[in-house]
Design a protein around this ligand. Structure first.
Ligand code: FAD
Length: 454
């Protein structure tokens, strides 16, 4: 018998419940990846993610070839391509990981419709993309998801993450199934120069070095911008080259305060996924509708996007994003607070820009974190405004992070770098750096008036 495995956000061979189930059910398996036109139409195939994806697919193909198989890549509609493969091979089951977005739900529905009447069964597997399946824990009182992280985390811990599965030793692919050429990373244009490498092999190496080294200092170091002491595993978690469940199990085994703090962040990822699974509309609509009358000022938005707001920490973060396709979490929080609270611009504008550049750009994590910062999401302090100067002095005390990304300010010493407008005379004249786009105190009063807090 033949089974089809449709790979989506799970581009790995280790700890893969979908592949495992297919190999148990069938003698031969078709490992299929469809470059779905719908993703392209939604503008979701940003260059950085496309380049990283090319690495992931090449590596998955290599891993399958080591086991006697290969990856079939097709272009088109997922449902149509799945059906074609089923017709070509006579497959009697199709296996896929459960997704959480509206797009994933629609894809599943279309595949189900396409398979109707073919005798081929669709099997959807949980806890593949997330460590704990969305909906596995729900609050008491009839609600279908948690809107607050702490009680969610308590239940997440009590429930526990499923055990880790070994990678298969062999994968037999039926003859005669053809695919397109693998996408070529080098053919993708407008890729950030400092983009990380994708693929399961790169992801697993990063996990091992993380668990045996820097994770020990994660609790104290995760907010140190210049120290860059977070795992940088987010793109691998996004593409599923690293399994969230396996990572949580291994981090917990390693233990210590660093391990515990890190596992908590993995639960944050699951938290946002369970919100989106229950409320797929929250991808672009306010999770908690507010009456915000957002401002639109193209020059200010442009200054924000290009890292020229005149606030060094905001600009450093935005330039890191452009250069690497990745940004430190503290930078993301500040950049998002600056756009939505200080400039009072709609969070959707910022979320779109992040999705255009982030290699880990993710509907669940990006949209819901933006809403969390903007005060339309699950944050319990919706009117908190982060001050870029205070944040700078706290999380980049001697300015090393700013100096790395804003070379115009490299000569400014110590924490004075966070307030370049205060430099005097020749010092200021020698620095080719913009004045602040907005006065922080005025912006704060505007925000408070707009939210009725004055
Ligand atoms: P680590 O600190 O090493 O954390 C480990 C993992 O935990 C991360 O890889 C991530 O999967 C998860 N995690 C950590 N913090 C969060 C969080 N706040 N919410 C959800 N998961 C978390 N993360 C994305 O993966 N994709 C996005 O598109 C994304 N957009 C964001 C937008 C904004 C405005 C903000 C404030 C945060 C966003 N995040 C996003 C969350 C977080 O900033 C990144 O996951 C983190 O910076 C990735 O770096 P890391 O892998 O080194 O994280």
């Amino acid at each position: 018998s033949v089974a089809v495995v449709l790979f989506t956000s799970d581009l790995r061979l280790h700890d893969h419940p979908v592949l495992r189930a297919a190999l148990r059910d069938a003698d031969e398996v078709v490992p299929l990846f469809v470059r779905d036109d719908a993703v392209h139409r939604a503008g979701f195939d940003a260059p950085n993610r496309l380049a990283f994806l090319a690495d992931c697919l090449a590596d998955l193909d290599a891993g399958l070839r080591d086991r006697g198989g290969r990856l079939i890549v097709r272009r088109g509609g997922s449902a149509r391509e799945v059906k074609r493969v089923v017709e070509q091979t006579g497959a009697d089951s199709v296996h896929i990981a459960a997704g959480v977005s509206g797009y994933a739900a629609q894809r599943e529905e279309r595949i189900r419709e396409a398979l109707a009447g073919t005798g081929c069964e669709l099997r959807v597997h949980d806890a593949v993309v997330t460590a704990l399946a969305p909906g596995r824990v729900v609050p008491t009182g009839g609600k279908d998801h948690f809107a607050v992280f702490t009680p969610y985390f308590r239940r997440w811990e009590a429930e526990g993450v499923r055990g880790t599965l070994a990678a298969p030793r062999a994968v037999r692919v039926p003859d005669g199934v053809s695919g397109d050429a693998l996408p070529d990373r080098n053919a993708v244009e407008h890729v950030s120069p400092g983009l990380a490498r994708g693929g399961e092999e790169a992801g697993r190496k990063l996990v091992t070095s993380w668990l045996h080294g820097p994770m020990a200092d994660y609790e104290d170091g995760h907010d140190d911008l210049a120290g860059d002491a977070t795992s940088r595993l987010s793109p691998h978690l996004h593409f599923g080259t690293v399994s969230a469940a396996e990572l949580a199990n291994r981090a917990r085994e390693k233990g210590g305060p660093g391990g515990e703090a890190f596992v908590r962040q993995l639960a944050w990822r699951d938290f946002h996924h369970q919100v989106l699974a229950a409320r797929p509309d929250a991808s672009w609509s306010d999770y908690r509708p507010r009456q915000d009358r957002w401002r639109s000022d193209e020059d200010e938005v442009e200054a924000w996007k290009s890292g020229r707001t005149g606030y060094p920490l905001v600009d450093a973060a935005m330039r890191q994003l452009a250069h690497e396709g990745w940004m430190h979490n503290r930078g993301r929080m500040l950049a998002a607070s600056f756009l939505t609270k200080t400039l009072y611009v709609d969070w959707r504008v910022g979320a779109r820009h992040f999705l255009d550049l982030l290699v880990d750009g993710d509907v669940a994590n990006n949209q819901l974190n933006w809403q969390w910062v903007a005060g339309t999401g699950t944050d319990t302090r919706p009117n908190r405004v982060l001050n870029p100067v205070i944040q700078g002095k706290r999380f980049d005390p001697d300015g090393a992070y700013v100096r790395r990304w804003v070379p115009e300010l490299a000569e400014v010493e110590g924490s004075a770098i966070h307030e370049p407008w205060k430099l005097e005379g020749l010092d200021r004249a020698g620095v080719d750096y913009p004045d602040p786009v907005v006065d922080l105190a005025e912006a704060r009063s505007r925000f408070e008036r707009a939210r009725g807090l004055d």
